[in-house]
Design a protein around this ligand. Structure first.
Ligand SMILES: Cc1ncc(COP(=O)(O)O)c(C=O)c1O
Length: 444
């Protein structure tokens, strides 16, 4: 293609008007960029517009500004690069890019500028060296472990967790010769015993879904390292706002971005965070070929969501504590489980390692399954749903939905009965939620 073609001199007549209009409104530089077909990188990290400040910024500032790379149009909001692939100036440049001797996006299964903005912003918020985004939380969980282990390795995991994570650990990894041990109990004694033997990785979820068990991250990190392993923390229930596992000694943190990070019930997503060495040398070679990538569109939604995450999570956590306190002792409620209630057996530990007790509580009703369902059906504000971390309050019956796959025996081991409910508290007014719950209790 000639230079004049590249600058729009020989374009189809139908397009000329359209482009002419654009030209009239925009600066010549912008139009030039519109029509440019060959030069693939008119902007980037080295562009003066993208030079980061050297100042130490507060996390709230990082949440709205971290990771932003502006294109040549100098847009205020993050650009959405909804593209599967990228083009090259020449065959030689494509070769150099694949040899990694030239920095260039190759294909959105490997990386994408919008996804990179989300990864960078989340890593800055988490205080991690690097992040890798995935299409779902389960993709993040699976990749964080599968990239690390091989047949014969030993993995140890906490006793209570989200059911799909439990299936990966107890059914999928063992099929490939990985030896997985679920710790007998969440006590110092049981962890010390399980980690007296060499281990490749330890996987914990804290607080756990749905019964808010608290694992001592600093203790398990110390024991894991002594046993030669790396500690992976599923930090979904706490969110990046309320708990910082890396500061407590963990090596890797994973998220379902579907939960508090999106926080508005729109898109699925996930992320794994850790050292640059782990992300670049362990995780990326695995995900590049197995393809659990995050869509650029979802990455754009999630990047914007990070801007409001701290405000949302703090407000939801405050309301969750208010709702938990109001429900405790109510007629028909056998137990309310919330990490910051004094009645929680590990509230002191939760207060040590979390900023607030999270946005979710468990409610153990004094009722059978039919009455429990009647209670759920009587709610008028709170929705029945299996998601959590949403701006809308959602109630879940884990035994028949999220944790159904585990079967009754494992459910009971985790403390889940037919009268256990999980309540994810949203952004509604606390008073409206308490009224909704108290009126529904009258149906027991
Ligand atoms: C604690 C926890 N980890 C992981 C996941 C999986 O996330 P996703 O649904 O985005 O795959 C969930 C989903 O509910 C979860 O609650």
């Amino acid at each position: 293609m000639s230079n004049s073609q590249a600058h729009g001199a020989e374009i189809a007549p139908g397009l000329t008007d359209l482009l002419g209009q654009t030209r009239a409104k925009s600066s010549p530089k912008a139009v030039c960029f519109c029509l440019m077909t060959k030069r693939s990188r008119p902007w980037g990290h080295n562009d003066p517009i993208n030079q980061p400040t050297k100042r130490n910024l507060h996390p709230d500032t990082i949440s709205v500004r971290g990771g932003l790379i502006r294109s040549g149009f100098a847009e205020t909001s993050e650009a959405l690069f909804l593209t599967s692939g990228f083009s090259y100036d020449s065959a030689e440049q494509a070769e150099q890019a694949f040899m990694e001797t030239e920095e260039h996006y190759l294909y959105s299964r490997f990386s994408n500028p919008t996804v990179a903005m989300f990864e960078e912003r989340l890593a800055l918020i988490e205080g991690a060296e690097a992040a890798l985004a995935t299409g779902t939380g389960m993709a993040a969980m699976f990749a964080s472990l599968a990239s690390l282990v091989e047949a014969g390795d030993r993995v140890v995991a906490s006793p209570a967790m989200f059911s799909s994570c439990y299936v990966v650990l107890t059914e999928i990894l063992p099929k490939w010769g990985v030896q997985v041990e679920i710790v007998a109990a969440n006590t110092e004694e049981a962890w010390t015993k399980a980690l007296a033997t060499k281990v490749k990785a330890v996987f914990i979820e804290t607080p756990s879904n749905p019964l808010m068990e608290i694992v001592d991250i600093a203790l398990v990190a110390k024991l894991t390292h002594k046993a030669g392993g790396i500690l992976i923390v599923d930090n979904v229930m706490a969110s990046p706002v309320l708990q910082k596992p890396l500061e407590l000694g963990a090596d890797v943190v994973m998220y379902s971005a579907t939960k508090h990070i999106d926080g508005q019930g729109r898109v699925l997503g996930g992320a794994v965070l850790g050292t640059k060495k782990y992300i670049d040398e362990v995780l990326k070679p695995f995900t590049r070929h197995t393809g659990p990538s995050l869509s650029p569109f979802n990455a754009w939604v999630l990047t914007k969501s990070l801007e409001t995450m701290s405000m949302r999570v703090h407000r939801m956590a405050d309301t969750a504590f208010e709702v938990a306190s109001a429900l405790e002792g109510s007629k028909g409620v056998a137990r309310v489980v919330h990490p910051f209630l004094d009645s929680h057996p590990d509230s002191a530990l939760a207060k040590k390692q979390m900023l607030k007790g999270g946005t979710t509580l468990a409610i153990q009703l004094d009722a059978d399954k039919d009455k429990t369902f009647a209670f759920m059906n009587a709610l008028e504000v709170i929705d029945i749903s299996n998601n959590l971390g949403d701006s809308r309050s959602l109630i879940t019956h884990p035994a028949s939905s999220t944790h159904r796959r585990l079967g009754t025996e494992t459910q009971l081991k985790m403390g889940i009965t037919e009268s256990t409910l999980r309540l994810s508290v949203g952004l509604e007014h606390a008073g409206d939620l308490i009224t909704d719950l108290k009126l529904a209790l009258e149906h027991l």
